[in-house]
Design a protein around this ligand. Structure first.
Ligand SMILES: Nc1ncnc2c1ncn2[C@@H]1O[C@H](COP(=O)(O)OP(=O)(O)OP(=O)(O)O)[C@@H](O)[C@H]1O
Length: 234
């Protein structure tokens, strides 16, 4: 007997989401009644002209900010009920445009510290070796891994930020312009890692970009314009 097919819950669901920035002198409506479902095993890119609200969408979806109106659910649970801190700690990792590295630490310590905070596997004794493997995966050798991050180039710092997010082993990886500072070959390798995360590890990867090359290699593109979003294939 065949059972009734079970409808899969999207890993992330935005329902009727609007966002307004209000200052003393003006009110800017950035997102208007956005409905979006994000699935596991899928690599998304978010495109759109400068100022169209890409970073805002990322901030809301990654739990850094709450929408003015509408709801966001992770695995069927509303973020405000789950707790934004818990969501960011256990389920979502973000590669920020400005990297946000801990500048008094080495590249390796940045990665192991993130693993400790989020309780990511493997357990304590194996963390350093695992962090070095991830740093190697993004093209940083052990010598570079042991250097203070302020003694690394912009592109190397960007790779540390990517490694740190990868090490957290979360359900959703967000990244804001993650290949902006990288040469073509390194960027190509990073895009390959995003594809692998989505397709081999069943993660949901959501990347804001202006790069058409990156967008062409994603599974779905979301284009923001005038507060609305259009969903397309790659
Ligand atoms: N904290 C804030 N307060 C007021 N306005 C803001 C704030 N953050 C962003 N904005 C405005 O919201 C709009 C969307 O900004 P956002 O950074 O989301 O766009 P973006 O598409 O990511 O732009 P870019 O491609 O240039 O990074 C812009 O007009 C911006 O000036």
């Amino acid at each position: 007997m065949t059972g009734t097919p079970v409808a899969l819950v999207p890993v992330l669901q935005l329902s009727d989401v609007s966002h307004v920035y209000q200052s003393q002198r003006r009110r800017t409506t950035v997102l208007k009644q956005i409905d979006l479902d994000f699935e596991r095993g899928t690599f998304y890119t978010v495109l759109g002209p400068s100022g169209s609200g890409k970073t805002t969408l990322l901030s809301l979806a990654s739990g850094l900010d709450s929408p003015t109106k509408g709801t966001i659910h992770f695995d069927g649970q509303e973020l405000s009920k789950l707790g934004l801190g818990r969501y960011r700690n256990k389920h979502a990792a973000t590669v920020f445009q400005q990297y946000n590295l801990l500048t008094y630490m080495t590249a390796l310590q940045n990665v192991t510290t993130a693993m400790e905070i989020t309780g990511a596997r493997p357990a304590t004794g194996r963390r350093k070796a695992h962090a070095l493997e991830i740093l190697a995966k993004v093209g940083l050798d052990p010598d570079t891994a042991h250097r203070n991050v302020l003694r690394l180039s912009g592109g190397q710092q960007q790779r540390v930020a990517i490694a740190r997010a990868l090490a957290c082993d979360v359900d959703i990886l967000f990244a804001d312009e993650p290949t902006g500072n990288l040469d073509e070959d390194t960027a190509d390798g990073i895009i390959g890692i995003f594809q692998q995360l989505a397709h081999e590890q069943n993660k949901c990867v959501i990347v804001v970009t202006h790069s058409q090359t990156l967008a062409a290699r994603s599974d779905r593109t979301l284009t923001l314009r005038k507060g609305r979003v259009t969903v397309g294939g790659s």
